[in-house]
Design a protein around this ligand. Structure first.
Ligand SMILES: C[S@@+](CC[C@H](N)C(=O)[O-])C[C@H]1O[C@@H](n2cnc3c(N)ncnc32)[C@H](O)[C@@H]1O
Length: 277
């Protein structure tokens, strides 16, 4: 796969942590996306980058026994967890947004990617493949991280990684590929979609009380090992400790001056719905 994101750093521990942590985070944002997509009984749906399958299971309850959901994800350890949820209208397999050739043209009412788009280094080929797999009038739903978001955790991570000895191991490329609302809208139009909804939202789950350990857990599990994955293992441990220490002092300072306590790993999410005209 091109780019700096690796699909080979996932572990059983990260996959299980993701399953636990995403219940309160990606899952909530995903339910909001499914509301916008107005899933209805009988519909056929493809969940690309389904992770451990929590949102796909919920989607299956919305389309009912006459509908169906297929979830694909390139990480076998996450698909293993997802498969425990399999039901007559719900199935999972290892798969990639860059290879949707196994799905017949015009076969889905809805395709969605929840918290996945920023992991795709190249987005046009997947978008064209999704357009092909959608029925006429079918809908694509996306939630993704915006580039301008001030994620405290990333600011601190970058500061720590600029120090000795971590700076001896520069990241080859960014591991996330974020686009602005404008960039996403343009890309959707260029690839044949009509845009029905495009906005940035901050939901309640992104505020609230945050601990440094909780923020690091979230970053590691949701990046499937890419958070510090470019460093040798011993340096991953010490970099994590330094980030945690700096994050704890930031959280303490913000508590002292009563700054609203935003999730340091989050800065809002872009939500988009586009249709196949
Ligand atoms: C933050 S998780 C989101 C998982 C799930 N959609 C959810 O809502 O909980 C990002 C997911 O994107 C998947 N992903 C990364 N690159 C991908 C690709 N090229 N094709 C499909 N999925 C990909 C990862 O494997 C990971 O499971």
């Amino acid at each position: 796969m091109p780019g700096g994101v690796s699909l080979n750093l996932d572990t059983e521990d990260l996959a299980q942590r993701y399953e636990r942590i995403s219940a309160d985070r990606q899952f909530r944002g995903g339910k909001e996306l499914l509301r916008e997509l107005a899933l209805a009984p009988g519909q056929t749906v493809l969940d690309i980058g389904c992770g451990t399958g929590m949102l796909a299971e919920y989607a299956a309850s919305l389309v009912g026994p006459t509908g169906s959901i297929v979830g694909i994800d390139p990480l076998p350890l996450r698909i293993e967890i997802a498969k425990k949820r399999s039901a007559p209208n719900l199935s999972f397999k290892v798969g990639n947004a860059n290879d949707l050739g196994e799905f017949a043209p015009d076969s889905f009412d809805v395709v969605y990617m929840n918290a996945v788009f920023h992991w795709l280094p190249e987005k046009s080929a997947p978008l064209r493949a999704i357009l092909r797999a959608l029925k006429l009038g079918g809908r694509l739903g996306i939630t993704t991280a915006p580039p301008a978001a001030r994620r405290w955790l990333n600011v601190i991570r970058d500061r720590v990684l600029a120090r000795e000895p971590y700076n001896k191991y520069p990241e080859a490329q960014a591991s996330q590929y974020r686009l602005s609302e404008e960039g996403i809208g343009k890309l959707l139009l260029e690839n044949g979609f009509e845009v029905a909804l495009l906005e940035t939202r901050v939901s309640a789950s992104m505020r609230g009380q945050w601990t440094a350990e909780g923020a690091l857990d979230f970053a590691e599990a949701s990046s499937f090992g890419n958070f510090l994955g470019h460093l040798p293992e011993d340096l991953q441990v010490s970099a994590r400790e330094e980030i945690k220490r700096d994050l704890e002092s930031l959280i303490a300072r913000r508590r002292a001056d009563d700054t609203p306590r935003e999730n340091p790993a989050h800065g809002g999410r872009i939500i988009a719905v586009a249709t196949k005209p």
